[in-house]
Design a protein around this ligand. Structure first.
Ligand SMILES: [Zn+2]
Ligand SMILES: [Zn+2]
Length: 133
């Protein structure tokens, strides 16, 4: 097992490793990301070579009405990942803040800003997309 970057949930029960990342990710202000992350936006990143190192039995999955699946830790509630409808667990995009170290990913867009919270401030230095990219 040869993972380059590790991540974990808040309680530490779920740990995982990946070999690499999509180089770019977007801050998503859609209502579902806001609810799932309990935050002004969610940031999810595509990964390669994902391995669950511990706590796979603590993963719980929520399927939304549009068929997308959100994965979280059943013990501490940490938001861990997102999948499009019909995607396997291996195709999950991971919540970027679950990584425990610096990772080579650059945020390059702010998406679904039509749904952003009124109190949330966009970043001036990133392109804005009212819907998806
Ligand atoms: Zn946990
Ligand atoms: Zn979203």
């Amino acid at each position: 097992m040869n993972v380059k970057y590790k991540g974990s949930c808040l309680c530490g029960g779920v740990t995982f490793g990946v070999d690499g990342f999509n180089e770019q990710a977007a801050n998503c202000h859609c209502t579902m990301c806001r609810k799932f992350h309990g935050a002004s936006f969610g940031t999810l990143v595509g990964v390669s070579g994902l391995k669950w190192l511990s706590g796979k039995e603590s993963l719980k999955h929520f399927t939304a009405s549009n068929g997308t699946v959100r994965t979280f830790c059943n013990e501490c509630g940490s938001s861990l990942g997102f999948r499009v409808k019909g995607a396997s667990i291996e195709e999950i995009e991971l919540a970027i803040s679950t990584f425990d170290e610096c990772i080579p990913v650059k945020i390059n867009a702010q998406i679904y800003t039509n749904y952003k919270a009124s109190w949330s401030q966009l970043q001036n230095d990133l392109p804005v997309f009212g819907e998806g990219k």
